[in-house]
Design a protein around this ligand. Sequence first.
Ligand SMILES: C[S@@+](CC[C@H](N)C(=O)[O-])C[C@H]1O[C@@H](n2cnc3c(N)ncnc32)[C@H](O)[C@@H]1O
Length: 246
Amino acid sequence: MNRRLIVLLFGLIIGVGIMLLVQTRMDAGPAYYSYGAASEDGIGKFYMGREISDLVNGHGAIAWLERQDRNETEKPEVLIRELQLKSDDVVADIGAGSGYFTFRIAPLIPKGRMIAVEIDDKMIGYLHDRKRQLSLSNVEIHKGDIENTGLPARSVDIAFMVDAYHEFSHPREMMESIVRALKPGGRVVLVEYEGEDPNNMVKRLHKMTVAQIRKEMEAVGLTWVRTSYDLPIQHITIFTKTDTQK
Ligand SMILES: C[S@@+](CC[C@H](N)C(=O)[O-])C[C@H]1O[C@@H](n2cnc3c(N)ncnc32)[C@H](O)[C@@H]1O
């Protein structure tokens, strides 16, 4: 074999090796996620010791979110009181679903803006219909994607998520995008079914403990403010973005 051929072959082998290495890194994804067998209500993707739950979208999801007994079991007025709204706040309901909270909060911030963020086209269609029916001019419906809300930097006073965060397939990226979208001093409010309560009948991966929530929020630089246990079967955990955070 002549020397040129040997050099060429050597170069080819090195090139293919580098390509394979890059491909493997891309397939593995970021180091903070790992993968394993999926549980009955999970997707087999793990973040900070928690398996991410499956989505509750699909047939009947809107009827489920708008169910009558939610007023009793989830006491929306208590949650809304905890938000301590100001009339000019910019509030983002992330994973808004049918807008159960969006349309209750919008009239309380007449000088502000209520942004419903969703990824699901069926929910987005329903949100537009409800906005038209209720003639609420301060409601904006915003399509995000699974990794990014797409909200402008430093534009939001309160980002809240009700029964939604545990379903985000890319929780780290979503939270980083939410932190970017918050104004300094802005708040993140997470409402989740109480994972600490073994008698809470909600499926295992559709609830979270406060310890887990704090771990995941503190990982993106948020500061815990307080947790309220005033709801019947959920807790409300509130965080803030410090003035120095980007
Ligand atoms: C169980 S529903 C809760 C809806 C609403 N927050 C409520 O309490 O009525 C969760 C919603 O989060 C949405 N969702 C999931 N991942 C999302 C993401 N990355 N960005 C925005 N919405 C998302 C789903 O499409 C679904 O409508």
